[in-house]
Design a protein around this ligand. Structure first.
Ligand SMILES: [Zn+2]
Length: 174
């Protein structure tokens, strides 16, 4: 059964997402390389986002980075350590990060990005997301409205490292 549509309209976008501070986070020019995501990884992000609604879910994106962009073959949920503002902030568990990093060593796969959800907010990065972003990482944001996944977008830092550029998502469906 299809989930009911919860279109993002100007009526349910929080005001701050229309403020200049938020608009300044985004460089409209698309990033040069795409982000490929296999079905399992896409589903894992959506399940995680729904499960934690109305709080933010977060996790690591695993796979390979090549000259053709990011190839994500796994999305692994990690605890959001921010319990005080879990609805709009996430702090990824650093120990979980290190454990996964160790596990992948020598396998040819690595941590190549981070996903998190935006409950009742668009899949656009916030100023906080920008201040926490690392160069070379893919940042996937899953937007959930009323607990339903409505949008999935990918972002990466521009060359200057001062704005996010939109990254084309290629959903591999396999
Ligand atoms: Zn965010």
């Amino acid at each position: 059964m299809q989930e009911p549509a919860h279109p993002i309209s100007e009526h349910n976008i929080p005001e701050r997402f229309c403020s200049q501070t938020y608009l300044d986070v985004i460089d409209a020019a698309p990033f040069g390389q795409p982000c490929q995501i296999n079905r399992a990884a896409m589903q894992a992000m959506h399940i995680s986002a729904k499960h934690h609604y109305p709080n933010e879910a977060c996790g690591l994106l695993l796979g390979k980075m090549t000259g053709q962009g990011w190839h994500i073959d796994e999305a692994r949920e990690v605890s959001n350590l921010n319990t005080e503002r879990s609805a709009d902030r996430f702090i990824l568990d650093p120990e979980a990060y290190q454990a996964v990093d160790r596990e992948l060593r020598g396998t040819g796969r690595e941590i190549i990005g981070i996903f998190h959800s935006h409950p009742d907010c668009p899949a656009k990065p916030s100023p906080t997301d920008l201040s926490n972003a690392w160069e070379g990482f893919a940042y996937i944001i899953v937007s959930t409205y009323e607990g339903h996944t409505v949008d999935t977008q990918c972002w990466a830092l521009n060359v200057e490292g001062n704005q996010f550029q939109p990254v084309t998502v290629q959903d591999l469906h396999l």
